[in-house]
Design a protein around this ligand. Structure first.
Ligand code: PLP
Length: 376
């Protein structure tokens, strides 16, 4: 079976893992802090705080943004369900915005209509690693005094207008989950340019303690009582650990290799997939998108048959995503039709585009899609 996604773990990650496992320190420690430093450089952000997942990062970002129960968060419906779950968990209200037909990112023109006195945050997604019009989103937020929290789960290493995605808003949340371009096995993190926000996140991730265990115990003379701790604020336990960070660090040092491989795969799909009989490819920019997934829009009537056909041929595909406003558990937040989102939800297919996809495997995928399309 050709998987739809697969991590690319090289010998360098394995060696670094061995080193950490033998070091005697596998919790949050020096590897996490080095990973943070290198992420910061890659993202050209003032701060980067590594956390246990992007879901947790979004939750913390909403808390740090000062959201209170009943506050509204504007976001696209075509996104990962965990984002809606954390919004609801905090007692906030997801308000689903329309998306652009061209790239399936949040429609900037639709945002302003949704703003009410209860709106606190705009949470745009850079779907597929293709940046949304973040500068326009930020301009709206500034006009209405709102916070922007970017869901950059798909977009670590992507660029927009010459700058890394996640370098310009109040907070940008990233994922380093098992199938992302850069993985920490599981992991996430927040980039911010605000010292105040960074300080709050650092304390929060550390159960509300001012100093982490590592910072208390390492290089301590004993005079400063490393065993002493104080809880000074609200918090949670959502740290990254040195094992995950070791993998992430080595992945990050391979970023150019991974980027080039992915770029080649995306470029080949763009060049060879037939755009006919209703098959469409949402706007993709291989030079700037560090594309986490590659998606096409099939015909609504033949999306499922195509996926079943490919499955039979040993090719696994996926749906990113079934719209959240149509999910049974989120039904009460459905404020009416979102035609572009619903159309995409019926037509979208994710094709395998993982880093180590072989040329021959990709040729086979394209050939089978073409064969199927002859019968459509
Ligand atoms: C759009 C989006 N947001 C958030 C997340 C959550 O990331 P994590 O799995 O690191 O919690 C994901 C995960 O794939 C995602 O696709």
């Amino acid at each position: 079976m050709i998987n739809v996604s697969k991590p690319s773990i090289s010998i360098t990650e394995r060696k670094m893992l061995d080193e950490v496992l033998e070091s005697g320190w596998i919790g949050q420690g020096q590897k996490v802090f080095t990973f943070e430093e290198e992420c910061k450089k890659e993202l050209q952000a003032k701060h980067f705080i590594a956390l246990s997942s992007c879901t947790k990062s979004i939750e913390i970002a909403l808390i740090v943004a000062g959201c209170m129960p009943g506050d509204e968060v504007i976001l696209p419906s075509l996104t990962y369900a965990s984002v809606i779950q954390v919004i609801i968990k905090l007692g906030l209200v997801p308000v689903f915005a329309t998306i652009e037909k061209e790239d399936l990112n949040i429609s900037v023109n639709g945002i302003e209509r949704l703003i009410t006195p209860k709106t606190r945050v705009i949470l745009p997604l850079h779907f597929r690693g293709h940046s949304c019009r973040i500068d326009d989103v930020l301009a709206i937020a500034e006009r209405h005094n709102l916070m922007v929290i970017e869901d950059a789960a798909h977009a670590f290493g992507s660029y927009y207008k010459g700058s890394p995605v996640g370098s310009s808003s109040h907070m940008a949340c990233f994922s380093f989950g098992p199938l992302k371009n850069i993985c920490c096995i599981e992991g996430g993190g927040i980039a911010t340019n605000s010292d105040e926000i960074a300080e709050k996140i650092l304390t929060y991730r550390n159960m509300g303690m001012a100093r982490s265990t590592w910072h208390r115990y390492n290089n301590s003379s004993g005079q400063d009582k490393p065993w002493h701790y104080e809880v000074v604020a609200r918090g949670d336990k959502c740290t990254q650990n040195d094992v995950g960070a070791a993998v992430g660090l080595m992945q990050l040092r391979r970023i150019e290799e991974i980027r080039q491989k992915k770029r080649k795969i995306i470029e080949r799909y763009l060049a060879e997939l037939p755009e006919e009989k209703g098959l469409e490819i949402p706007a993709t920019d291989p030079q700037n998108d560090f594309a986490y997934i590659f998606t096409v829009l099939a015909g609504a009537s033949w999306r499922e048959p195509l996926m079943a056909y490919l499955w039979e041929k040993g090719i696994s595909t996926a749906v990113h995503y079934y719209p959240n406003h149509l999910q049974p558990f989120f039904a009460k937040y459905n404020r009416g039709p979102l035609p572009v989102t619903e159309d995409a939800g019926k037509r979208i297919i994710t094709l395998p585009s993982y880093t180590d996809l072989a040329e021959s495997e990709q040729a086979y995928i394209i050939e089978e899609i073409k064969k199927f399309m002859k019968q459509v």
